[in-house]
Design a protein around this ligand. Structure first.
Ligand code: UD1
Length: 419
């Protein structure tokens, strides 16, 4: 079983261009289904989740070619609307194909994506949003059979009781295929929603309001081929910045809008890091041990992102002073804590709360990634720890990070993948 072998304590230095955002490229690839022609997407990261999405697009009859970080999708010859179970299981976010298939051909059959390593991840809001547009959805034995199209499928108001990222994206895609005006009230405001809107606009869709709680879509228009560059990955950027905060040193990350990281940067600053931002860049310097900070509560954007919770916790666990974390988005998002404890971390969990008492310095250990961001957190911890760590179960990390080891080596870290 391969692992990253990391010798901690090497200060990081240098500049790194951040790859495109996983959570943007997946819905945008699904959105390409809406276009009966070839779309060209730039800044697409090479991740296992992206490969799984391309497999689904090919199975549906699309041409999907990658050259470097550019992917061309031609959905002219879309021939199927069913996604087999094994591809649905590969990646929970494949549920986004529901809205895209309904918009383009009016039918979709896929299996229920079920739970994942973060605990139960229901799709009730996705389904009620699509039903609000007039789609008929039958749920039978783990399968979802959906029919849109026809007179009943038309623009309406959709109210989301929780600002779900995935449900907002699914509703946006489905609404593009519904004649009339759809208004999504209570929409998620994440930057990836804005990126999806920007792509859809480039393809000729009338979508406005992304980034606010109300998104409006004037649907039923034929879309045309578009060329688009995916936004930079704010969570990957947060990971490299937290790695430098933990290990010490001075790095710059480029290729992302700093205002998409405001909540994370505020925490790093409070912990004692020096930060400078400019257009499309963030520079961070860290020298002394990190300090404990005010409570970190995860919440929908623009509050602190759940995806950065484990990563920041890993950096602070090896600092000094106490920090309270409260995870409000997912139920099982402290699975990295047992692994951090193997490295000497002092973390007490009570329900949604985790109290981190900095121990000054973690020590190297053999640890196991439990999920994508939990795995990245272990790498962050290992960068700052004394001695050698082995981080295994890299398949989780490779779902969301392109060349994490190579990038960290370019910043001076002592990390290598061993078979
Ligand atoms: C997306 C991201 C994921 C990130 C999460 C929160 C992608 C591919 N994934 O996931 O990386 O961690 O946003 O920023 O972009 N909920 C329901 N019913 C639903 C849908 C969601 O109750 O039908 C709840 C969830 O359990 C959770 C909350 O809503 O408590 C937010 O989840 P959501 O924003 O939907 O997350 P994802 O879109 O799954």
């Amino acid at each position: 079983m391969s692992c990253y072998e990391i010798t901690g304590g090497q200060a990081l230095s240098g500049s790194l261009a951040i790859h495109g955002a996983k959570n943007s490229v997946l819905p945008i690839l699904a959105a390409c289904l809406l276009v009966p022609g070839q779309c060209v997407l730039h800044n697409c990261p090479d991740l296992s989740d992206v490969s799984a999405t391309l497999d689904i697009l090919r199975l549906l009859g699309c041409r999907a070619d990658r050259e470097g970080d550019t992917i061309a999708i031609d959905a002219s010859a879309l021939s199927r609307s069913d996604i087999p179970d094994h591809l649905m299981r590969e990646m929970r976010s494949s549920v986004i194909f529901l809205g895209a298939l309904l918009a383009r051909i009016g039918t979709a059959e896929l299996s229920y994506p079920g739970g994942c390593e973060l605990g139960p991840r229901p799709i009730d809001l996705h389904l009620s949003a699509l039903r609000a547009l007039g789609a008929e959805i039958l749920e039978e034995q783990g399968a979802l059979v959906c029919r849109g199209g026809g007179k009943r499928f038309r623009g309406r108001e959709i109210c989301l009781s929780v600002p779900s990222v995935g449900a907002t994206e699914n509703a946006m895609l489905a609404a593009c295929g519904c004649p009339g005006l759809t208004t999504i009230v209570g929409a998620a405001q994440e930057p990836e929603i804005v990126d999806l809107q920007n792509f859809l606009q480039a393809a000729g869709a009338q979508v406005t309001g992304a980034g606010t709680p109300t998104v409006a879509i004037q649907g039923g228009r034929a879309l045309h081929p578009a060329e688009y560059a995916v936004m930079g990955d704010r969570i990957a950027a947060a990971t490299y910045l937290c790695g430098c905060a933990a290990a010490g040193g001075e790095i710059e990350v480029t290729g992302l809008a700093p205002d998409t990281l405001t909540a994370v940067l505020a925490c790093l600053k409070e912990a004692g890091c020096n930060l400078h931002t400019g257009p499309n860049r963030v520079a961070l310097a860290s020298s002394a041990p990190l300090r404990g900070i005010s409570p970190v509560r995860t919440a929908p954007y623009p509050s602190f992102p759940t995806d950065a919770q484990a990563i920041l916790m890993a950096a602070l666990a090896g600092g000094e002073g106490a920090t309270l974390f409260v995870e409000n988005i997912f139920d099982s998002r402290y699975r990295h804590v047992d692994e951090l404890r193997r490295m000497g971390a002092d973390i007490q969990i009570a329900g949604r709360a985790a109290m981190v008492s900095g121990v000054g310095r973690l020590h190297g250990a053999a640890v196991r990634s439990t999920d994508l961001r939990g795995g990245a957190a272990l790498v962050v911890a290992a960068l700052g720890a004394e001695g050698v760590s082995q981080v295994s179960e890299l398949r989780h990390i490779k779902r969301g990070y392109q060349a994490l080891d190579k990038n960290l080596r370019s910043l001076g870290a002592d990390i290598r993948e061993v078979p």
